[in-house]
Design a protein around this ligand. Structure first.
Ligand code: C2E
Ligand code: CA
Ligand code: CA
Ligand code: CA
Length: 279
């Protein structure tokens, strides 16, 4: 804190003010971008142990004229703290359903699942469940093809209410995955309660899997946990063939990461798949 004037002390240092103005610039620009239709979705493949495409994860992208390309790691937290995540997240659901329906007659894409990231604030909005149900109907989607990725932070409070909301969607066929698994506070007994069908091993454990015995032990534990609870386990952030073969040895059967493909627009995958049988 800096001295300013008589006895008062300013708690605003220039760095902090910069962050505050960046935040509000982002917020304003995001609101406009949502109106102008400037957000897009990219898709990253998820594959099984045979290398077959089993799903895609939808990831938000935003390029702003003035701000340049802003990554979701920066704009999602701003959207979450400003309530913009509600209309933005609703757009993502609608767009994901639109894309899924456009894949309906495609030989490799017709059957795969599409995973969509959901923020806690978005999930708990009273319009969330009706919006998802409505979009599934509107685009005549097989609900089993929509997977919602949630993190442990969704369950911090009111776990029973959260589970009953999840069950409403599960009853209509929607699936849930627990994202970034291992980074939160989940315990065994708590995990057993959650109506999820898939665990996603956080990429931070996969990154040093070959060099760090602690990470290797964590990954082993997550795979064993998933198997004993009959959950599918998918490893995120698989970048190299060496990581892949270690994961295969360890009994992990589903993978996602740069090794199989970076997040790309739908048009990229349509072209790729036209020219080859696998990803
Ligand atoms: P996430 O859900 O954990 O998504 C995985 C992130 O890891 C993505 O970053 C993806 O591009 C990146 N990634 C995938 N494979 C690899 C790899 O092999 N190596 C490395 N180093 N990275 C890999 P991205 O697209 O920047 O998204 C960051 C985060 O932003 C996401 O993390 C998610 O939490 C959030 N996010 C993205 N789209 C949405 C959305 O539509 N809604 C919400 N609520 N959050 C979103
Ligand atoms: Ca995710
Ligand atoms: Ca993740
Ligand atoms: Ca993450």
């Amino acid at each position: 804190a800096k001295e300013s004037g008589r006895n008062s002390v300013s708690f605003f240092d220039p760095q902090m003010q910069l962050q505050v103005s960046r935040r509000s610039a982002l917020e304003t620009a995001m609101r406009r971008a949502l109106q102008d239709g400037l957000f897009t979705l990219h898709f990253q493949p998820q594959v099984d142990s045979q290398g077959c495409l089993i799903g895609m994860e939808a990831l938000l992208r935003w390029h702003d004229e003035q701000l340049g390309t802003v990554g979701p790691d920066e704009f999602i937290p701003v959207a979450e703290s400003s309530a913009l995540i509600v209309p933005l997240g609703a757009w993502v659901i609608t767009e994901a359903c639109r894309i899924l329906s456009s894949w309906r007659d495609h030989p490799q894409l017709a059957q795969i699942s599409l995973s969509v990231n959901i923020s806690p604030r978005q999930f708990h909005h009273p319009d969330f469940v009706p919006h998802v149900t409505h979009q599934l109907k509107a685009f005549a989607i097989n609900a089993h093809q929509l997977e919602l990725e949630v993190t442990e932070s969704l369950f911090i409070d009111d776990i029973d209410n959260t589970i009953s909301l999840m069950n409403e969607l599960i009853n209509s066929g929607v699936m849930f995955a627990l994202d970034d698994f291992g980074t939160g506070y989940a315990s065994l007994s708590y995990l057993k309660k959650l109506p999820i069908s898939r665990l996603k091993i956080d990429q931070s454990f996969v990154r040093d899997l070959l060099d760090d015995p602690n990470d290797e032990a964590i990954v082993r534990t997550i795979i064993a946990l998933g198997n004993s609870l009959e959950l599918q386990v998918i490893a995120e952030g698989v970048e190299t063939p060496a990581q892949l073969s270690r994961l295969q040895e360890m009994g992990c059967r589903f993978y996602q990461g740069y090794c199989f493909g970076k997040p790309m627009p739908d048009s990229h995958w349509l072209l790729m798949l036209r020219d080859s049988q696998t990803v």
